[in-house]
Write a protein that binds this ligand. Sequence first.
Ligand code: SAM
Ligand code: DTB
Ligand code: SF4
Length: 350
Amino acid sequence: MVDVSGASSDQAEQGKAVRHDWTRDQAEALYGLPFPDLMFLAQSVHRRHFDPTRLETASLLSIKTGGCPEDCGYCSQSAHYDTGLKATKLMDRDVVVATARRAKAAGAERFCMAAAWRSPRERDLDQVCDMVSAVKDLGMETCVTLGMLTPPQAQRLKQAGLDFYNHNVDTSPEFYDRIITTRTLQDRIDTLAHVRDAGIKVCCGGIVGMGEEVDDRLGMLVLLANLDEHPDSVPINLWNEVQGVPVNDTAARPDPIALVRLIAVSRIMMPASVVRLSAGRQYMSDELQSLCLLAGANSIFIGDVLLTTANPQADRDADLLARLGMTSSLSARSGAPSGASGIADASSLA
Ligand code: SAM
Ligand code: DTB
Ligand code: SF4
């Protein structure tokens, strides 16, 4: 088998190596492993860092929808395309807090507020900071995604109590220009650095299913895994179909097994990061989602809508987790069985 460990003996001894020197060849070697070997490796890594029976839950709210000046070719909210979406103003703080409260009651641990901006204006940031503080006071983790930030803006969000900032690289460096022309990949990397420097946790991932090659998907993972620090959260979105955007011309939904492989490689390359099976779950069978969870995904968005597109319903998620014997805030709320007696007790039966 190809040696992809690359860890020093000290790191290997600890069994928790987190590397930042991944090569595309190594990513390809992992991706190309026989499926049972890849899954075994991913699960072994997963268990060193996480309880594999536990799933994190987050809820999304679009606090400012549509009319965005960026031209991201996959997005319903770009003003460059006619997607039939109605643009709205920044939402009222009280409406946001009431929505967060309902999301918490529905089982969400984290509340992520998204705005369709290139970057926030100062007076908009004042209002978002207020929202962050109020949602934090509910006892939820907070996340926002507002576009590009300056260092002082990142510091202000940190002072308001922000836990996570979501800003995706979206795709590989090679494919990037085919999808977005109004801001560069380097712009995004700069914002990620400002967020880190301010002491905010980074949520950064991308999208598959826009017509990119497998090599682009792996290129995106190599980019993420070679950042100075791995993103704390890595959202892997399957493109949620939107009418009227350019990605429609190239979109191709990935083979389900290819998606599972990609999740497994994400888990191995970024062993301590939470990997979120994000948009696109509405197209996935229970079996495919289960395989993704077995491959190392350990977070989902809950709720009927993401920002502007659909998401599986809470009942379906709670039912799947119950059948898998996995735990989350969602299943705790619905009274589904928790992860039975645990593998240590049960191993005597094997
Ligand atoms: N405007 C902000 C920005 O782009 O930085 C934040 C919101 S934007 C909707 C956040 C991310 O959602 C995008 O970077 C992209 O990865 C993902 N996304 C947007 N539209 C999507 C779609 N139709 N399907 C899957 N993921 C999508
Ligand atoms: C991320 O990576 N996925 C979320 C969150 N970050 C903001 C957004 C998914 C959006 C899906 C398309 C929509 O609903 O508009
Ligand atoms: Fe605007 Fe974000 Fe959509 Fe790009 S992904 S068009 S920046 S809302």
